[in-house]
Structure formats: C-alpha cells, structure tokens
Design a protein around this ligand. Structure first.
Ligand code: SF4
Ligand code: SF4
Length: 493
C-alpha cells in the first residue's frame, strides 16, 4: 500500500459556501486526490486524477503563458474573484464562448447552462454581441482567433447568421456553434445559410449511438436527429463537425469505441470527438461523487478497453504539449500566435488514423516526444542567443524525417509531408489537409466546486466574454459567476 503524500498545495472552493479554501493534492494508492477543509462546512475529498503515473507524466509538459497585455480588471480580491481577465491570468483567449440566448428547444436533465428553467430571458442584442467580439479581437499580444456561440440553443435565434457575419467581418478565423442539431436536422437550406454566413465548425451534442444514451441524458431518443443533422451538414458542404459527448458513468461510458468507429465512417464530415466528463452542480454526497466521478485517465481507460488496446493511454498528450510547435511557427513566420498554455491536467488529445479495420494513433509512427524535446532545446538555444530563429527552424525541418517512420504510417498517408506543411505554412489550409486524414480524439474535464484547482483556472484558455466587457475563464464562470451574471443581465420571460 502506497503512503499518502502531498504533491502540491493549492486553493480550491468549498462546494457549499463557494468560499476559497486551502487544498492539498495527494498521491494515494496510485490515484491523485484533492482534499480541503472548510471551517464551516467540513472536509471534502474528491478524485483529481485516477492515475498518478500519468499525472506526473503530464505535469512535465506544463508551459506557462504571459497572459494578456491589456487586462480588463485589476487584482484586488485575489483569484478567482478578479475575473477578468486580470493581470495574473496566464493564458490569452484561445477560444471564446458567447452565450447568445438561454432559450432552448430541448429540456435536458443534465444541462449546465440551465436554459430557461429560471423563468428569465438572457439574450444579448446584436450590438452587445458585436461589442463583445470587438473586445476579443482587441486582446493583446494576440487577438482571440476563435469564437463559439453557445446557449441555451443558439439556433433558436433567427439572427444567428447575422451574428456569424459580424464575427467573420471582425477577422475570426474559427467561428463555431454549439448545438443540439435539431434545426440542422430539419433543413439542408438552413445548414447552407449558416455556411454562407461564415460558420466553420459545428459542436454537435452527441452522447452515443444507442437510444438509451439519449433517453438518460436528454429525456428522449435524439439519435435520429443527430444522424439527420450530420447528413444535412454533409449535403450543405459544412464539413467540420465535432461530436461532443457528455460522458457519465452508467449512462454512455460504454459508447467510446462505437463513437470512434462512427467518426471514421463519417470522417468526410466528422473531424473530431471532444469528450466532456460530467461535472457536478450543487451538493453531491461523498459516496455519489466517488461513484460518479470520471476523470481524464478514466476516459483513457474506457478508450483502451473499447478499442481492444489499439488506442492506449500512452497515445494521449496534454493540451500544452503543443506549445513548442506554436513557438516554432512564430519564429519561422515572425508572427505571434495563440499559445495553448492551459494547465496540463485540464485536457488531452491524440490524432487517429485508420487503415482497413485498424486504428493507428499518430504516436505509432511519429516520435512526438522526441520532436517536441528537440524543439524545446532549439528554443532554449535561441533564447540564449546561440543560434538565430531562422537557423533553428531550418535545423528542425532538416531533422524532421528522423522523427517520422513512414513505413508504420497508414497506407496513402505521408506524415512527413503533412507535418512539414503544418510547420512551415501553419495556415488553415495546411492544418485542414492534416485533418482530412485524421480524427482528433480529445477530452476536456471542466471543473466543478469539488475538484476546483486555482492553478488550473488561472491558466485557462477557454473564456466567456460578457456584455459588461469582462472576459471570464470557463470554469470560474460556470462555478462562480453564471448564476449572478444571468440574474443581472436577464429579464423576466
Ligand atoms: S481565473 Fe484568471 S482572470 Fe480570474 S481571477 Fe484568476 S487569474 Fe484572474
Ligand atoms: S475550461 Fe476549465 S478545464 Fe478547460 S482549460 Fe479552462 S479551466 Fe481548464
């Protein structure tokens, strides 16, 4: 039996009063736990990560960003009560969320946006949305490149195409919508209209491939709607769909394998599966929390089991793993790019290829760690002034073939060429070319008050922008700010 040992101390929240409390992150029997004591409400324990070995491995890939040059608030009360972004925040806005309504055309039992149940309407005007979009584009040193419109259900707004047009005119390269797909399932013309107005990517709620997964999460069998929506999007030429399952134990945790197969069968349209383990709102009993919590390593285990070991936990890397690549492209092109400096325990992903029936993760023919270590060394050399930026970039391109084993790559795929193009061009076309051949399997574990870690939120790169001009990290918004904010900016229905 492994002794209990403290890995780090941090700050968290009391899940009852939402006051900030000291917390310990502990190693315990191969798991990583978070423990905290509220003077008024007692002790709380939760699983932070269910695999301590992977926790340590991911920790190695942490990269801190420098935050924004033009924060919107001052550091007065301390994190997480100064959002934001405040001068202490470490990551710029990688992807912004704008809730365009809290109305919805469904009533899901697990919805964290709590659409419409409050009896109040939150729906910013076009003018307010434009103001919010401008704030994002004014962010420095790098303007926010990607925006996702969410809700409620954004498609209940008749002026959604107009919103996309405004975002397009302001220079967002990625315009996304998070949707249940009902409107898309009902009309190809509607999908075409969205495409014409600048929409690039559809985040489609997709909980599995059995009616049961939907009956439990959404209250009815929504699977036929999802399939029709994908078909209509295909017909309209909107071919960048991300399947977004909310993963819950005993509900759809048996669906990972079939969802990966489904994504490959539809890979002309489905580019990505982005899994979100369920987070908890309100008071949850300790036993229920223990039984229901799914952490990122639990998701890896499900994938490994349900793909007969074709994808293993070692094929996944944390989000900040890609930071050296963006630094390389910056040096090469002499331009600033957003850096994915979110906390290494927030999310992870891997690229999957397919040959016949066999799934081949990128890690099987590409020495990703070797290449990334090499890039890190080169960046260090540049930092110390030993070599110039251009020389380091040329050196990497010359060495690139040593990290790639074309013989193990899927037939018809030339990984060397794909990577060369991404690294040297770094544009939408080269990344699109890369994505044509793959399905990206990603996971992001949004926090709740039980597993909240201040170190994660202050590195968050997914931000809400609000009509008052504040930019608030996603997990602080949903845990601390949403209720009060929606009260303040909504009106009775
Ligand atoms: S989460 Fe970020 S913006 Fe909010 S208070 Fe903490 S450091 Fe500041
Ligand atoms: S949204 Fe939450 S889980 Fe995702 S990067 Fe931000 S803090 Fe981490």
């Amino acid at each position: 039996m492994e002794a209990k040992c403290v890995i780090k101390t941090t700050k968290s929240l009391c899940p009852i009063c939402l006051n900030i409390v000291e917390a310990e992150v502990l190693l315990e029997n191969g798991r990583v736990m978070i423990e905290k004591q509220c003077p008024e409400h007692g002790m709380f324990r939760d699983t932070y990560w269910s695999d301590s070995e992977l926790f340590m491995k991911f920790e190695k890939f942490a990269h801190d960003g420098n935050g924004v040059e033009n924060p919107h608030t001052n550091s007065l009360k301390g994190c997480p009560f100064d959002c934001g972004l405040c001068p202490n925040h470490k990551t710029t806005t990688i992807l912004a969320n704008i809730d365009v309504t809290n109305r919805c055309n469904m009533k899901c039992p697990i919805c964290f946006a709590n659409a419409s149940v409050s009896g109040r309407l939150y729906e910013p005007s076009l003018g307010e949305i434009e103001k919010m979009l401008r704030i994002l584009r004014e962010e420095r040193p790098v303007p926010c490149p990607a925006v996702q419109f969410s809700g409620g259900e954004p498609t209940v707004r008749e002026d959604l195409p107009q919103i996309f047009r405004i975002a397009s005119s302001l220079g967002f390269s990625q315009i996304q919508v998070a949707t249940n797909g009902i409107k898309m399932a009902n009309s190809v013309d509607y999908c075409m209209e969205l495409k014409k107005s600048g929409l690039k990517t559809i985040y489609l709620q997709f909980d599995g491939l059995t009616p049961d997964s939907y009956i439990k999460t959404r209250g009815f069998n929504a699977l036929p709607i999802k399939l029709r929506a994908i078909e209509n999007l295909r017909k309209s030429g909107l071919k960048s769909v991300v399947l977004v399952p909310t993963l819950a134990k005993g509900v759809n945790d048996d669906q990972m394998g079939v969802m990966i197969d489904f994504a490959f069968e539809n890979s002309d349209v489905v580019k990505c599966i982005n899994v979100q383990p369920i987070s908890f709102a309100g008071r949850v009993e300790a036993e229920e929390l223990h039984n229901m919590r799914i952490t990122i390593p639990d998701f890896f285990k499900l994938v490994e089991e349900q793909t007969d070991g074709q994808i293993t936990r070692h094929d996944f890397y944390p989000v900040p793993f890609v930071v050296p690549v963006s630094r390389f492209i910056e040096a090469w092109k002499n331009e600033e790019y957003v850096e994915f400096t979110v906390h290494p325990h927030c999310g992870a992903g891997t690229y999957l290829f397919k040959e016949g029936d066999r799934i081949i993760p990128i890690t099987q023919f590409f020495d990703v760690e070797g290449m990334f270590e090499y890039i890190e060394e080169q960046i260090e050399e540049v930092r110390k002034g030993r070599i110039g930026k251009a020389k380091s970039a040329v050196g990497l391109l010359a060495k690139l073939h040593t990290f790639v084993d074309n013989s193990k790559a899927p037939e018809g795929v030339n990984p060397y060429k794909l990577l060369y193009n991404v690294l040297t061009r770094g544009d939408l076309e080269s990344t699109a070319e890369f994505h044509r051949n793959t399905v990206f399997l990603g996971v992001m574990h949004f926090q709740d008050a039980y597993n909240f870690d201040i170190e994660r939120v202050c590195r968050c790169g997914i931000h809400y922008v609000l009509p008052d001009g504040k930019v608030v990290p996603f997990c602080t918004y949903n845990t601390l700010y949403r209720e009060e904010f929606e009260k303040r900016y909504s009106r009775p229905l």
